[in-house]
Design a protein around this ligand. Structure first.
Ligand code: NDP
Ligand code: 8X3
Length: 251
């Protein structure tokens, strides 16, 4: 059987780091990218340069992305799967108190960088009848206080995934959107600017989704028979649900 290659973005922590382990254990080659080089380097030491190729750069830097792509060693140059996982939420404030630079960073990362790498890899994904797994979020479907631009960026990811499906019909390329709810990774640490207590409090008693739960979901989608496409997967902890509508009454 030919060894397949996956490019997993956001491989330095959380879902991406767990997905690297899952795909390497399953016999795939993995291109692991993220900004924190010190977290990528051990992957090569652990798995070997023939199994993992690392690329440390900021996804918002298009020139760096193109350079990383151009520098792929021949064994990693044919990509069968793109896991668009790199992303973040910044802030929990309501829109009227939000920081515009945080909004722009979320859009630049979750939307602009995601479409840029997708556009870059589409020709070879079509040539290889490959697959794209986009990590969206329930925040793209359910509005919540403070979700504003983060939720908007993930609604984009969900809809972009479905629109890609339409355009790619007949090419054999599969496109999926995974929409997780509360998952305990570094997500809330990043969102709160490093507030470990806030992160611990958010997940306490929830039995949240784990990074390896999502890695297993990506693995399942990527290894289904080629005639099957999982369009969307919405996954929550049992202890999380949608909350319904709210009403404000003027006094
Ligand atoms: P983590 O914070 O643990 O991981 C985020 C990853 O994204 C890191 O590897 C980080 O790498 C990378 N990343 C962020 N910004 C950039 C950038 N500018 N350039 C390159 N890489 C970047 O969070 P999760 O694993 O939870 O998040 C992964 C994805 O899952 C995100 O898209 C998130 O929105 C989504 N998600 C998370 C949920 C949750 O509750 N945890 C639920 C639903 C969706 P580095 O900092 O080294 O660059
Ligand atoms: C992360 C899930 O519910 O914290 O995308 O927004 S949630």
């Amino acid at each position: 059987m030919t060894t397949k290659t996956a490019w997993i973005t956001g491989a330095t922590s959380g879902f991406g780091a767990a997905a690297v382990e899952r795909f390497v254990a399953g016999g795939w080659r993995v291109i692991a990218s993220g900004r924190r080089a010190e977290r990528l380097q051990p992957l090569v030491e652990r798995h070997g340069a023939e199994r993992v190729h690392i690329a440390a750069f900021d996804m918002r830097d298009e020139a760096a992305l193109r350079a990383a792509h151009a520098a792929l060693p021949p064994a990693f140059a044919g990509i069968d799967l793109l896991v668009n996982n790199a992303g973040l939420a910044l802030g929990t404030a309501p829109a009227q108190q939000a920081d515009l630079s945080q909004w722009k960073q979320m859009i630049d990362t979750n939307v602009t960088a995601l479409v840029t790498i997708t556009h870059l890899l589409l020709p070879q994904l079509i040539e290889r009848r490959g697959a794209i797994v986009n990590i969206s979020s329930i925040s793209g479907s359910y509005a919540y206080r403070g979700g504003n631009v983060y939720g908007g960026s993930k609604a984009f990811v969900t809809q972009f995934s479905q629109n890609l499906r339409v355009d790619l019909l007949g090419t054999g390329v599969r496109v999926s959107s995974i929409e997780p709810g509360m998952a305990e990774t570094e997500f809330t640490l990043v969102r709160t600017g490093g507030d470990q207590a806030a992160s611990d409090q958010l997940y306490a008693g929830v039995h949240p989704i784990t990074a390896s739960d999502i890695a297993d979901t990506i693995w399942w989608i990527a290894n289904l028979p080629p005639h099957l496409n999982i369009n969307r997967v919405e996954v929550m902890p049992v202890n999380q649900s949608a909350a319904g509508l709210q009403v404000h009454r003027d006094s």
